[in-house]
Design a binder for this molecule. Structure first.
Ligand code: IVH
Length: 676
């Protein structure tokens, strides 16, 4: 085959895998296979430089280091929009009133509602469908040429599906997802390197990085929300029509968007997104309303360089300043000592925060945090609030540096920090009351032994009064002991004893998860239980055998071996068994094929009769995997009342959607006959 032909074939295939991986979260081939194709293309392009093109997937890895960014004059200025800082519904009413007033009309206006992404505005210039240039906003007239760095963003197509437009400038926001941000920071923290302050700085810093190889290591994403210069393409009549068209060209457009009529619907959109804000995979600082009709937009025009037809309606900020009063040490279940900032209470990201994590000693030093400092607190998504920086100018004269204790503040055991580890740990193990409390709460929690009524107040008393010294002691509790404790009566004591009794009949995976082995979470516990079938087999397994379990890597395997190598851990297991804990054992199903093996289900919304956990357990027992998000790989989405974006996504991806009744039929048939 001629080189040119093979190159075209490789590019097409790589693009297809890229699209599946980055846009649909559904990898189509193993990484190693992908790398092979990629290297073949790279070497062919090196041998035939005349066949290189700017839209080849090889251009995504980052080229040579730049001296600086060249200025780019925008063909159409990049404007900003007015901000409605009033976070109440009136923000929406005020905007609608201004629009109606300017249009001198009383009829309801149609609006396109979108999210206000918290990243960095970028203009992508496609000529005849090929990405030729990417520029930052700059001062709105002139930006900077950041094409090389933008090419490293995998969800940005290097060429469009439709190449008919001579010029198509797409505008949108480059952002870093919360997951990518947290993952990046966690890695940096482990290595003792500086962390990013927030995803927005992460995105901006990465785009303005002169070495594109460094940019390529920090994953960014993009959402299109508008247009710049356009030549040779007839624009749709509405803004929503433009976004739909961009999506059809394979550009990423956020699915959380709506076309609505009237001011109340705007306020409802604002409210509805507010409740979802924490669960979104990226930061937003508000929503954006745009008059949908392009004709009306034209009529409305601009005031002082801001369009009269669009507005940003804000949410409470996710970062705030406050004073750090003190630093306390929290002891985790595995003994990890976490310095926690005690703050002057502050309203941030929609709630009042008075504690925030400082992660570890190294972070405190790198951020130069002193007690008494004014600090920046960030609370975004469902991650715990953290101190991200200090306002040095506001440091008072009596501010004092923090000294990490050398002993555990709870049990006095030595605090140790192993070579190469960022975290200090209490060496007390279950001798440490804090670790014991956490271990018991972990053991008793709903997804493990599910001991109802065993909350933190009760566990505090049981441990502080030395009634419980190890997990098996739980099952030695009697009504007489319990009813003498604070806030307990005969009835509640009886309930706890009954709950303990009931919890004894469990499953192997719950029991494994409950033991609190480091790195063994719910999924790993299930994988282990399924693979080995028997506890003794797991306790005796070698690292090599454990590595055969799908998704178990060396760190997890070693942790399991180390756990069961400890005599006292084996003793705990033996005592629990002697006290009557039991579960079904079998030969292990790893080599068996169950009716739903290989099938991926997603559960969403409230099912009429079953809890989601219950449905999940039943599906898994038949071999299915139950995933948290919908992708092309999903075989079936079971949707109940108030199913939201997952249901929508299933419909767009044409994934089979069921109600609970259909699921119940499948379960009654033991999973037989499922074909999707
Ligand atoms: S529209 C003429 N839509 O917010 C209208 N902007 O001042 C131009 N932004 O820095 C902007 N999400 O980068 C628009 N859905 C969205 C947006 C959005 C975020 C940013 C934009 C700009 C600022 C607007």
């Amino acid at each position: 085959m001629a080189a040119g032909q093979r190159i075209a074939q490789l590019r097409e295939e790589i693009e297809r895998h890229n699209h599946a991986y980055y846009m649909q979260d559904a990898p189509t081939i193993p990484d190693a296979e992908y790398d092979k194709l990629f290297r073949e293309l790279q070497s062919l392009e090196t041998q035939h430089p005349e066949l290189q093109t700017p839209d080849s997937p090889t251009q995504r890895v980052g080229g040579k280091v730049l001296d600086g960014f060249a200025p780019v004059k925008h063909a159409v200025p990049m404007l900003s929009i007015r901000t409605e800082t009033d976070t109440e519904a009136s923000g929406a009413f005020n905007f609608d009133a201004r629009v109606k007033n300017a249009l001198e009309t009383n009829s309801e206006i149609e609006y396109a509602c979108e999210l206000k992404f918290d990243g960095l505005a970028i203009n992508l210039r496609y000529e005849h469908g090929v990405l030729v240039q990417a520029a930052t906003r700059g001062d709105g007239e002139t930006g900077e040429d950041v094409t090389q760095n933008i090419r490293t963003i995998h969800c940005i197509p290097l060429h469009l599906k439709d190449r008919s437009a001579a010029v198509l400038e797409v505008r949108g926001e480059v952002y870093m997802s919360r997951k990518d941000f947290n993952r990046y920071n966690e890695k940096q923290r482990e290595k003792g390197l500086p962390t990013l302050v927030n995803p927005r700085n992460g995105a901006a810093g990465t785009i303005r990085q002169l070495d594109p190889k460094l940019s390529a290591q920090r994953p960014l994403s993009f959402f299109a929300y508008g247009l710049g210069e356009v030549q040779g393409w007839t624009l749709p009549d509405t803004h929503s029509g433009i976004l739909d068209a961009l999506q059809a060209f394979c550009l990423p457009v956020c699915d959380e968007r709506a076309v609505v009529k009237g001011s109340q619907a705007l306020a409802d959109f604002h409210q509805q997104i507010a409740t979802k804000r924490d669960a979104l995979p990226f930061d937003i600082d508000g929503v954006v309303y745009k008059v949908n009709s392009r004709a009306l937009q034209k009529q409305l025009g601009f005031v002082s360089r801001e369009p009269r037809w669009a507005v940003a309606h804000k949410y409470p900020a996710e970062e705030q300043l406050t004073v750090l009063r003190d630093i306390e040490i929290q002891v985790g279940r595995t003994g990890k000592l976490t310095p926690v900032a005690k703050l002057e209470p502050v309203f941030v990201g929609g709630t009042t925060v008075s504690n925030a994590t400082l992660h570890n000693e190294g972070e405190i030093r790198r951020k130069d945090v002193h007690i008494g400092d004014t600090v920046i607190v960030r609370r975004a998504g469902d991650v715990i609030p953290e101190v991200v920086g200090v306002v040095l100018e506001r440091r008072p004269a009596d501010a004092r540096p923090f000294v990490m204790p050398t002993v555990c503040p709870v049990c006095g055991s030595h605090a140790v920090r192993e070579e190469g580890e960022a975290d200090a740990r209490c060496s007390g193990g279950l001798f440490c009351a804090a670790q014991r409390k956490q271990a018991i709460l972990h053991f008793a929690s709903r997804r493990m032994m599910d001991i109802e009524g065993l909350g933190d107040k009760l566990v505090d008393q049981l441990v502080d009064e030395n009634i419980i010294r190890s997990l098996p002691d739980l099952y030695r509790l009697d009504v007489a002991t319990l009813e003498n404790l604070d806030r307990m009566a005969e009835k509640s004591a009886q309930n706890i004893v009954a709950a303990l009794e009931q919890s004894k009949h469990t499953t192997l995976n719950r029991f494994l998860f409950a033991l609190g082995i480091r790195h063994v979470g719910e999924t790993t516990a299930k994988d282990l239980a399924r693979y080995f079938g028997k506890l003794d087999a797991i306790m005796q397994a070698s690292t090599e055998q454990l590595l055969n379990v799908p998704d178990v890597g060396p760190v997890v395997a070693q942790s399991i071996v180390a756990f069961f190598a400890e005599a006292h851990n084996r003793e705990v297991v033996q005592q629990l068994r002697d006290l009557g804990l039991r579960w079904d054992e079998n030969e292990g199903t790893a080599h068996l094929v169950l009716p739903l093996t290989g099938k991926i289900f997603v559960l969403t919304g409230t099912l009429p009769t079953m809890s989601r956990d219950e449905a999940k357990a039943k599906l898994e027992a038949l071999g299915a995997k139950v995933a948290g998000s919908v992708s092309k790989k999903t075989d079936c989405v079971v949707a109940g009342a108030e199913a939201g974006s997952k249901l929508e996504k299933a419909q767009t991806l044409n994934v089979l959607v069921w109600d609970e009744a259909a699921l119940l039929t499948l379960l009654t048939n033991n999973g037989e006959g499922f074909a999707a």
